[in-house]
Structure formats: C-alpha cells, structure tokens
Design a protein around this ligand. Structure first.
Ligand code: ADP
Length: 467
C-alpha cells in the first residue's frame, strides 16, 4: 500500500480528533439535557398533583374539584392538571372518575395495583401508550373516612420530541463539523508544508559543485526557518570540508610531483652523462635520500589519515614525560650538534601523565625536531618539563628564525609551511604539527605558540597529569 503523505496524515489526525471531541461533547450535552428535562417534568408533575389534591373534595363518595371559576389562573391550572387524571376508591377498587384522555388510552389500575400503590409511598409510573409515553403520579387522599388514590399524569412526548430534534440536529452538525475541520486541516497542512516542499526542492538541487548555495531563510524564525538555518550550517561545514579535501588533494599531488620530478631528472642526467661507477653511486645515493623523504611523508600522511578516520586507539597509561623528554633530548643532541645548535633540558623529576607513550613521544620529537630544523647554527633550544595545576607542561623555546604573525594561525594545518623559501623546503612536508595538534587534542590537552620573526619560537604544551 502506498504510504500516506504527511498532509493526509495530519488531516486524518485532526479530523478524527475533532469528531471524537464533537461526539463526546454531544453525548455529554445530550445526557445533561435529558436528565434536566426529565427532572423538570417530574417536578412539574409532582407540583401539579399536590396542587390538584388541594382542590379535590368528596361529596357522598364522589370526587369533585372545587375552585374559583372566575379566576383564570385557577381555571387554567385545573384544565391542564385534569387532562390526565383518575380517582380510585381503594376499599372496593372502583374507578370513581377519570379524564377523557386517560379513558381513551384505556389506562386502568387493577385491584392489586391499587393495594400496592397505597402500601408503597407515592410513586411515579412510566407507561407506553398508543400516543407515546405517559408518566403517572399516585397520591393517597383520605376523606370522609375513606382512602382514595389520586392519579395525575403528563405526557412525555414533548420531552422526547425535543431530544429527538436535538439528535437530528447533531446528526448533521457533527459530520459537517468534521468535514469543515478536514477541509481546514487539509488547507492548513498544505500551507504549513509548502515551505518544507520548497526546502526539499532547494536541498535536492544542491550538488558537490554547488555547495556554496544556501536555502532561503524567510526571517519568520519559526521551526522551518530554524531547519533551513541548520541545514545551511551543515552546508557551510560541508563546503569547508570539501574545500579542505580539494586543497589536501592538490597539496599531496604537488608534494609528490616535486620529488618525483627531481628523481626523474637525476635519473635522466645520470643515463645521459654518468659513465663511471662513482658517478652512478652519487646519483643513487642522492635518490635514496629523496626516497627516504618520500617514505617519511607518506608514513606521516598515513598516520594522519588513520588518526583522523578514528582508527587509532589512544592508550590510557601512565607516561613519565620527564624521563622521556630527557632521553629524547639526549638522542637528538648529536643531530643538533651537527647543525651547531645546542640543546638544554630542564625537567622536573617524575612528572607523570595519563596517555599514550608513543604519541607523547611523537609530540616531543616533532617539536624538538622543528626547533633544531628552524634554528640557524649557533642557536639554542631550551626544553622544560614542569607540573602546573594538575597539568604537565612541556615548554620548548628556540632562538631560531621565528614565524610571521600572519602564519601562526595556520601552522597546524596539513601541508602548511610558514615560508617554504625560508624554511628548508626539502626537509618537511608541513605535516608534523598537524600530528602534534591531533595528539594533544586526543589527550585533552592544549598547545600554545609564541613566536617572533627572527627571534625565536616557543611552544607550550599542557597535558593532564595522572590523577
Ligand atoms: P614541517 O614538516 O615543515 O616542519 P610542521 O607541520 O612541523 O611541518 O610545521 C609547519 C610550519 O611551521 C613549518 O614549515 C615552519 O614554517 C613552522 N614552524 C614549526 N616549528 C617552527 C619553529 N620552531 N620555528 C620556526 N618555524 C616553525
């Protein structure tokens, strides 16, 4: 079966709710009305009976109504009250008098009925007759040493007619109400869903090549506007991600093309010009260096790709950053010395954090490696490890070439190099700090840079201590 549209569902829901509500109210109102009418009728019958009883006299065993025939109120009361009436004599069970209407309907109590009605308190009896329902009220009257039963009745027909016309009115009012509600909700749902359809159409037209497009925001600040604004936010993030991806792909192609061109050039020249073993060895040696750089770059890229895709699990173990920094500084000292750069290390003992030893080592290595790389001969690299407010602090300062202020915000981006012409282009691909930033974030730490062009750079890394 074809699924129902949202508009149909809303219309159905609204119509069903309205019909349930209307029917519920109608039933309730019907009940209140019928009970109210019934009670009013009964009260009137009781009043009429006791009123008529006041006019009833007996002369020689025969009932007569004594009233002032000149008083129109009394006359009118007697006329209406005696429309349905009977008077019985109990002892013999004889019907002494009755109205023509009751006689015509053939209503008459038997001797047993009379005995019962006298013993029981005055009651009400509903009878079904040829002319509709009749309600009778019995009242015992004692006079002249005899007991009589006065019966006064009223027709229930007007009440039933009122209730029937009420039901008839409801029979068309409820369906028309529901129909009206259905029309109104169909119209409203259509109007409310129109912008959704427009949003859907606009969203459907957006492709990777048109991520700069945005959905219209009408300025009403309703749910649909919020939806459009959120969707636009998603589009902006997607656009940025796609831009980064394009930039990343272009950078990789560029980074791979340059060393490959160098390798190719060297090979071609060697093939054309080299004629001794030494010459070939020199070319191959130089090519080996290129291969190593390429391998290093591809390894870094792989690590970064794996890290960013969430494939890398970060261990959560105690890491002694003091001893680790100390031994790494010692290992790198010969490399620094070969560039005439000195390293000093001042580490508080036993600074232990919770994290992944391999990644913490990578953070320290990349930062120290950069410091050595970007510090000219005669320079100095100073490393400090300390403990401040529940954090381990790795403070790394060099008096090297520094970073231009406009470049500082970008140094953690992939493939970013502050000034490729100044920094030794062949040495790095601009991936080291991206890895450092990722690892610091994974450890819930932070990294700060202070740099001044020509005077040096300082990196301050905060990593939470083992608590
Ligand atoms: P690279 O492989 O080029 O070192 P990084 O991501 O490690 O890549 O660093 C990005 C850029 O930040 C470097 O190219 C350099 O311009 C700048 N940089 C990083 N560390 C330093 C430093 N200690 N002194 C000066 N510039 C630095």
């Amino acid at each position: 079966m074809k699924p129902l549209t949202l508009r149909t569902k809303l219309t159905l829901f609204y119509s069903i709710t309205v019909s349930v509500l209307l029917t519920g109210f109608a039933l309730m109102y019907y009940r209140v009305l019928s009970v109210g009418l019934d009670q009013a009728l009964t009260q009137e019958l009781m009043d009429r009976t006791s009123g008529l009883r006041g006019y009833l006299r007996f002369e020689e065993g025969q009932p007569i109504f004594t009233y002032d025939a000149t008083d129109p109120d009394e006359v009118s009361f007697i006329n209406s009250a005696t429309r349905y009436y009977q008077v019985y004599e109990i002892r013999n069970g004889t019907l002494l008098a009755e109205s023509d209407e009751l006689r015509a309907l053939g209503v008459e109590y038997s001797a047993e009925d009379l005995t019962r009605y006298i013993q029981e308190p005055p009651s009400l009896i509903d009878l079904q007759t040829d002319q509709g329902k009749l309600r009778l009220r019995n009242e015992a009257v004692a006079a002249e040493g005899e007991v009589y039963l006065l019966v006064v009745g009223t027709s229930l027909q007007p009440m039933e007619e009122t209730l029937t016309s009420f039901i008839k009115a409801l029979a068309w009012l409820i369906p028309s109400g529901v129909l009206l509600a259905a029309f109104a909700s169909w119209f409203m749902a259509g109007k409310a869903l129109q912008p959704v359809a427009a949003l859907g159409k606009a969203a459907g037209e957006i492709a990777v090549s048109s991520l700069d497009r945005r959905l219209p925001v009408r300025g009403t600040n309703d749910e649909l506007d919020q939806l459009a604004a959120q969707f636009n936010g998603t589009l902006a993030r997607l656009e940025k991600a796609v831009e980064e991806m394009k930039h990343f792909t272009a950078s990789i192609s560029h980074e791979l093309r340059t060393p490959l061109a160098v390798l190719r050039g060297e090979a071609e020249i060697a093939l054309m010009q080299a004629n001794s073993t030494e010459q070939y060895q020199r070319v191959l040696g130089s090519q080996l260096e290129e291969f190593e750089k390429l391998t290093r770059m591809i390894n870094q890229l792989l690590i970064l790709a794996r890290a960013e895709s969430g494939d890398v699990a970060i261990a959560n173990e105690p890491v002694n950053i003091s001893s680790m920094t100390q031994s790494l500084a010692e290992q790198l000292e010969p490399v620094a010395a070969s560039k005439d750069v000195s390293i000093s290390c001042n580490c508080d003992p036993e600074v232990i954090l919770r994290g992944d030893a391999a990644w913490v080592e990578r953070i320290i290595l990349n930062l120290v490696d950069n410091a050595i790389k970007f510090t000219p001969p005669g320079g100095h690299v100073q490393i400090k490890v300390s403990r401040v407010d529940g954090d381990a602090i790795l403070d790394l300062a060099d008096d090297g070439i520094g970073i231009a202020p406009e470049a500082v915000p970008h140094i953690f981006e992939r493939f970013y190099r502050a000034d490729p012409s100044r920094s030794n282009r062949a040495e790095g691909a601009g991936l080291g700090l991206s890895l450092v930033k990722w690892a610091v974030d994974q450890h819930r730490g932070s990294i700060q840079v202070q740099s001044s062009l020509g005077r040096g750079t300082r990196f301050i890394v905060r990593l939470p201590l083992l608590s």
